[in-house]
Design a protein around this ligand. Structure first.
Ligand code: CP
Length: 335
């Protein structure tokens, strides 16, 4: 049994498939009492609509209680560095926060986006790792440098529409956004699709937009183990050709991390990566999805978002079901 859900890397394909099966049962039959008398602290260091709502409602539907905390807003700001003189904005240290919350709740879920100053620093995922170190209850990742809950929702959606996913073409495409965003969903997109044996293509404008080597290597190894292919393309037509599932996300170029002005000089040239009907017409009648939120007519056109092949709302709904399945698994609960 797993203690935490911080990444799907240490969960086998078969364990993840079991979660998706339970999620399917929960979709048909949502209300149970398996988490009765269990309480959860949901810590949001960044905004959320889907994650916050689906966790809070999902916990209620299983008989548990959720407390939302926003450190720095309605809860004290937390210091994550050790051996520092805390004469800045933070009021308490992670050691006390994690220890105290562990006496009140049965699990702590954390959303902590990168700080976008140094990727070398952000890639260590220090906030959630500190909770893992100092808390003695399960830790759940609600998006840091990966978004494992979104991975499960994505794969539940992909399987529903493609059936057997092995060797189906999964296109993870960069799309335009005016700001350099987190790579988490893209890291997660190539991780989960490769783990399930899809033929994965990562499409991005140029080498500056290739994801961190760790996730590229993980996807390559997953594909190799599953008898699938992994490729990186900067050619829109080649990448969209015959795709069975198109998954879009915008992210910042890692070589320009912490330097949004310079990154913008690159990014503004790639507005044509926006997903439109012309690109979708090149695919094998692919479904399209995005984790949301999505700026219409910036990341994808109205026509794509309103098309029958857009399954983004279904993926968002599936967040509710997969998270409930994952929480049941962390507590060894079966339906
Ligand atoms: N996809 C997702 O995590 O949405 P929120 O940022 O609204 O939680």
């Amino acid at each position: 049994m797993h203690k935490n859900f911080i990444t799907t890397e240490n969960w086998s394909k078969s364990e993840l498939e079991d979660l998706l099966t339970v999620a399917g049962d929960l979709k048909n039959n949502p209300f149970h009492q398996n988490l009765k008398n269990k309480s959860f602290a949901l810590l949001f260091l960044n905004p959320s609509m889907r994650t916050r709502t689906s966790f809070e409602i999902g916990i209620q539907q299983l008989g548990g209680t959720a407390v939302i905390l926003q450190p720095g807003k309605d809860a004290w700001g937390i210091e994550f560095n050790n051996n520092v003189v805390m004469d800045g904005d933070t009021e308490e240290h992670i050691k006390e926060v994690a220890a105290v919350l562990s006496t009140y709740v049965d699990a702590i879920a954390v959303r902590a986006f990168p700080k976008f100053i140094s990727w070398e620093d952000d890639k260590q995922d220090k906030v959630i790792q500190a909770f893992k170190k100092y808390a003695n209850v399960p830790i759940i990742n609600m998006e840091t440098i990966v978004h494992p809950c979104q991975e499960l929702a994505l794969m539940m959606t992909v399987k529903k529409h493609l059936g057997e996913v092995k060797n189906k073409k999964f296109l993870m495409t960069w799309t335009y956004h005016p700001k350099p965003l987190n790579t988490a969903v893209a890291n997660s997109g190539i991780s989960i699709s490769s783990k399930f044996g899809m033929d994965v293509t990562l499409l991005c404008p140029n080498k500056n937009y290739i994801l961190d080597e760790k996730y590229i290597e993980l996807a390559r190894k997953n594909c190799q183990a599953q008898g699938a292919t992994f490729s990186i393309s900067h050619d829109i037509e080649q990448a969209y050709a015959d795709a069975d599932f198109v998954y879009a996300k915008s992210w910042g170029a890692l070589p320009f991390y912490g330097n949004p002005e310079e990154e913008w000089k690159q990014r503004r040239k790639f507005q044509h990566f926006m997903i439109d009907e012309h690109k979708m017409a090149m695919t094998n009648n692919a479904k399209f999805s995005h984790c949301l939120p999505l700026r219409r007519n910036i990341k994808a056109t109205d026509a794509v978002m309103d098309a029958d092949y857009c399954v983004a709302i279904e993926e968002a709904e599936n967040r509710l079901h997969v998270q409930k399945a994952m929480m049941l698994a962390l507590f060894g609960e079966k339906l």
